[in-house]
Ligand binder design. Structure first.
Ligand code: UDP
Length: 330
């Protein structure tokens, strides 16, 4: 018997990586749902023709989604749908709120109807601009409800509340992953997040745009590590009804990241300082003791290793050689 697995946001960055991993097993049947507002069907091109995959273009924040025939008997739900880059969630704030709140409730209803397990992708943004560093799961966060990041941060938080209530009231086997900054060359070139920006700028020898003075920090997790964490969250009973940080605890200043990428790309780029966006968190780093204990998970790919691979693949995608010149194919 094949296991029916739903991934919402399947055409997105994380969703498509997860889908590729899950379809490797013949006894998984993966159904991807995406409204393609920020996801790209092209992300699924390597697997879309396989026998154990199907794709539905639909919006999970619409009530009718839970009555879709194809979604009945689903056994596992990964609810990853949502714009995640500040550039995109700020462009679509109301859709972002809808998918993380009503969309999450819809997925929980689907889980209830089918007695399915669910992993909800929450975010390190649930901690807002944190007053403590690093952030454990029991830190309650410092989020501004009246600012450009609120549509994402607060809706993800409300999504967590839906998960809590469905777990308490209906014993839904739901798990909440607070995902910290994740990267690979799978990020759209125009995604707007720091690693895709810096790498594409550096390999073209264009200015590297550091916002603020670059002393703000982030902790970057390579996508393969994040995906492995999500699979373990689904698998492990110990994670039911728990919130778990999934992220890499190696913390870097953004200016350090800029220099590292410049070094690894052998780039002539100049560092170009631009204004810091409003409410940009000053620090971010996960405590991952809970993930270690409950999942036996920790990241294994360090930043330099992950960046080398990211740079290699972006160069290929952009048709550039090592010197940032367009490759002439013979
Ligand atoms: N950032 C930057 N230059 C860029 C893009 C982002 O300096 O071209 C900074 C941004 O201000 C933030 C950090 O890099 O401090 C991470 O930003 P990103 O948008 O990747 O994700 P966030 O963690 O803020 O959601």
């Amino acid at each position: 018997m094949q296991k029916k697995i739903l991934i919402t946001g399947a055409a997105g960055f994380l969703g498509s990586h997860l889908a590729k991993k899950l379809v490797e097993k013949e006894n998984n049947f993966v159904i991807g749902v995406d409204n393609l507002s920020t996801g790209l069907l092209n992300n699924l091109k390597d697997i879309i023709d396989k026998n154990n995959v199907s794709f539905i273009q639909a919006d999970v924040s619409k009530k009718e989604i839970i009555d879709y025939k194809q979604l009945q008997d689903v056994q596992e739900i990964y609810h990853l749908a949502s714009p995640a880059s500040p550039k995109f969630y700020q462009a679509y704030p109301l859709r972002t709120i809808a998918v993380n709140t009503v969309g999450t409730q819809n997925m929980l209803e689907l889980a209830k109807r089918n007695n399915a397990r669910m992993v909800y992708s929450s975010t390190s943004e649930a901690y807002g601009d944190p007053e403590i560093n690093p952030q454990p799961e029991n830190y309650r966060g410092s989020v501004n409800t009246w600012g450009p990041r609120a549509c994402y941060d607060e809706s993800k938080r409300l999504g967590e509340v839906f998960c809590y209530e469905y777990n308490q009231r209906y014993q839904i086997q739901v798990k909440v992953a607070r995902i910290f900054n994740t990267y690979s060359a799978g990020l759209r070139n125009d995604d707007g997040r720091v690693i895709s920006n810096f790498v594409t700028q550096a390999i073209q020898n264009k200015n590297i745009t550091v916002y603020g003075d670059g002393t703000q920090t982030r902790s970057f997790c390579y996508v393969d590590d994040t995906v492995r964490g999500l699979l373990l969250m689904m698998e492990k009973d110990q994670a039911i009804g728990e919130i778990i940080n999934i992220g890499n605890p190696q913390e870097y200043k953004i200016i350090e990241l800029a220099h590292l990428i410049k070094k690894l790309t052998l780039s002539y780029s100049q560092i170009f300082f631009q204004p810091l966006p409003e409410d940009d968190p000053k620090v971010r780093r996960p405590v991952i003791d809970k993930a270690k204990e409950l999942l036996g998970w920790e990241p294994i790919i360090n930043l330099e290793e992950g960046l080398r691979e990211t740079i290699r693949v972006y160069r290929g995608k952009m048709g550039l050689d090592m010197n940032g010149e367009l490759k002439i194919e013979n």
